[in-house]
Design a protein around this ligand. Structure first.
Ligand code: FAD
Length: 606
């Protein structure tokens, strides 16, 4: 049970959905930052809400240490089936096609279905075991906030007790920063004067998680099912072998509906489902959860409290994330996933600013980066959901839906995000040195051979969500220890006052702020680890032990230099704490590397 809420915190997170829980799990890694997460429910989410987990989210779970466990319990999507009316008898549906998931190897991680509650549980576990032992404070509802022009804790937040014996009790708490992760009806968004623009009307779906007896043969396969006149179903098989979810399309909600659609009964939803599935039948035996999910395509005008053009422009103090910023249909399974990445993006930046590693201007990049992603998401979802709503006779080619699904797979898998050049994303001047690591996109892992234990491993899977920058030094062909650009770079990194590593405070491990790894072109057996420069083998922990796990060679047949189009002259690839490629430089560009970090991560030298 968490201690009483303090009067002052560094960061107050409002809402324990996917965005809030990821932000909490990330900020909890910073030992000296006081973070609290409040939630108006009286306890954890138990059931319902989203369930689609794209590969980028699984990659993120890997960084937080629970990918293997959640994969083991989830349903795995390998194919999607498309059903449509039989041309000979339109009252019957037939399987029109199948689309294999991720035919091009976008990611080594799977596409999963698992309930949102389980995702939140895993993040809660990470946060509870992190250095600050962060546990959500349930039963607190955010009311409003005010931001003062100055002061150490300029944001004053009004809360009310929403559960427990003292329900209704009010109090205030002061924060340096507030992150609104409070969903589609966000009060934090209202408090900072953001407005949602987009569809006037909502679209409604009857959603049910059910156990049923059925002769529909694809009941354990993800399906889009279109009937000739009864509407459509999105079928999502669920973890555990029997449960499945159906989204039954209830159409656009009339403006004068006044919530009537929300009274659609389970019996009506089941009757609709049976009409669409004809000639197959659905005999529902148990309803685990159901809801009428009503949503429109909407986007806020900004993601923080700074109004462009305002007199005396300051850096932001309040941020909004996830559904508080963007809403859209559930059809492309994106809601939880994009919200997670919003939380990842803002949390490490807050950590770095609060620890004094980075200037406050870093925080302005959150809105700039995530707004573009949200706009692209809404455009994609609008196209996809419009296509899914089309009547079969409106398609020029019956396979149009499957083709679109396969052609655009990188987007719903979560890998199309590409941050533009900015304070933190370098210009593409040297992109040619590392063609397979596009600047601004997430670092796409590849195999390397760890020298100390000879293990072939996925390099990116060792980038944990610990708030550290990563500097990957891909070496030139010279053997380890020979004089040359790698040796010179290593000497500069460990010895120069202009090196980013020089900002790491005394008393911390040498790699506490930067994880520097070297990947040689030779196979591991040809690398003499004793000749590898010290900066790649830092002394760590209370006993000052040598960390040998940062030195790699190539895996024969899976050479990372070939797999990612890396220059044989060597290249430095800089990766952000949230796994996006931030800069690409030649091995000799120490001045540029120093200047890059001096702008955004100069620690004590700020
Ligand atoms: P949310 O997950 O909405 O989390 C917001 C959290 O903030 C909640 O825990 C809420 O209790 C809390 N909160 C809200 N206001 C306050 C306040 N004032 N003070 C304190 N706490 C507050 N997506 C799908 O893909 N398929 C679905 O079927 C589906 N069904 C949904 C059903 C419901 C009832 C809801 C609310 C959402 C559903 N979604 C669905 C959307 C999906 O869950 C979201 O896209 C995703 O959870 C967004 O994550 P988030 O962290 O931004 O917000």
């Amino acid at each position: 049970r968490p201690a009483e809420l303090p009067d002052e915190v560094d960061v107050l997170i409002v809402g324990s959905g996917p965005a809030g829980m990821l932000a909490a799990a990330q900020l909890a890694q910073f030992p000296d930052i006081t973070t609290r997460i409040i939630e108006r429910r009286d306890g954890r989410l138990v059931i319902g809400q989203a369930d689609g987990i794209q590969a980028r989210s699984v990659e993120t779970f890997q960084a937080f240490g629970f990918a293997e466990r959640i994969i083991a319990e989830a349903y795995r999507i390998t194919e999607m089936a498309f059903w449509r009316p039989d041309t000979n008898n339109p009252h019957n549906i037939v399987r029109g096609g199948r689309a294999v998931d991720d035919t091009t190897g976008i990611s080594e991680f799977p596409h999963l279905i698992v309930n949102q509650a389980r995702v939140l549980d895993y993040f809660a576990e990470v946060a509870a075991h992190a250095p600050t032992r962060l546990v959500p404070d349930y039963g607190w509802e955010f009311q409003t906030l005010e931001v003062a022009d100055d002061g150490d804790h300029p944001v004053t937040v009004s809360l009310v007790r929403s559960a427990g014996p003292d329900q209704g009790a009010e109090r205030t708490i002061r924060a340096k920063y507030v992150v609104g992760c409070d969903g589609a009806r966000s009060k934090v968004r209202d408090a900072i004067g953001c407005t949602m623009a987009g569809d006037k009307a909502n679209h409604a779906w009857g959603v049910m998680d059910v156990l049923a007896r059925t002769d529909f043969p694809d009941i354990r396969t993800k399906c889009a099912i279109q009937s000739h006149d009864g509407g459509s179903i999105l079928l999502i098989p669920r973890e555990g072998g029997h449960l499945f979810r159906m989204y039954v399309d209830l159409g656009v909600v009339p403006e004068n509906d006044n919530g009537a659609v929300r009274n659609t009964s389970m019996d009506q939803i089941i009757a609709n489902a049976n009409r669409i599935l004809h000639p197959y039948t659905l005999d529902v035996r148990n309803v685990a959860w159901h809801s009428v999910y009503e949503v429109g395509h909407r986007l806020t005008n900004r993601f923080d409290d700074v109004v462009p053009g305002q007199v005396g422009l300051r850096t932001p103090r309040v941020f909004i994330t996830g559904d508080a910023c963007h809403t859209h249909s559930a059809k492309a399974g994106q809601g939880m996933n994009v919200s997670l990445q919003d939380g990842f993006n803002i949390a490490w930046k807050l950590g770095h600013v609060l620890e004094g590693r980075s200037p406050e201007s870093l925080l302005s990049t959150y809105s700039a980066e995530r707004q573009v992603v949200a706009r692209n998401l809404i455009d994609f979802d609008r196209t996809w959901s419009t296509m899914m709503a089309k009547k079969p006779e409106e398609f020029e080619d019956p396979a149009e839906l499957e083709d679109f699904y396969v052609r655009t797979a990188e987007f719903p898998a979560g890998f199309m995000t590409e941050y533009a050049p900015s304070l933190i994303t370098g210009a593409a001047t040297h992109q040619g040195l590392a063609a397979g690591f596009p600047l601004g996109k997430r670092f796409k892992s590849a195999m390397a051979s760890r020298v100390c234990d000879t293990n072939p491993i996925h390099l990116g899977h060792h980038a944990t969500a610990d708030g550290r920058w990563r500097i990957y030094v891909f070496a030139d062909p010279a053997p380890a220890g020979d004089p040359g650009p790698v040796a010179d770079l290593a000497e500069w990194l460990s010895g120069s006052p202009d090196s980013p590593l020089a900002a790491t405070p005394n008393g911390l491990d040498a790699d506490a702020w930067f994880d520097v790894k070297v990947i040689y072109q030779q196979p591991h057996e040809d690398i003499d680890i004793n000749k590898v420069p010290e900066v790649f083998k830092p002394l760590v922990g209370p006993f000052g032990l040598v960390d040998y796990e940062k030195v790699y060679g190539t895996v024969p047949g899976e050479d990372i230099f070939d797999a990612r189009g890396l220059s044989r002259d060597g290249v430095v690839v800089v990766v952000r704490p949230d796994q996006y490629v931030a800069n690409i430089l030649p091995l000799t560009a120490t001045a540029e590397l120093g200047e890059y970090f001096a702008r955004i991560h100069s620690g004590a030298r700020v």
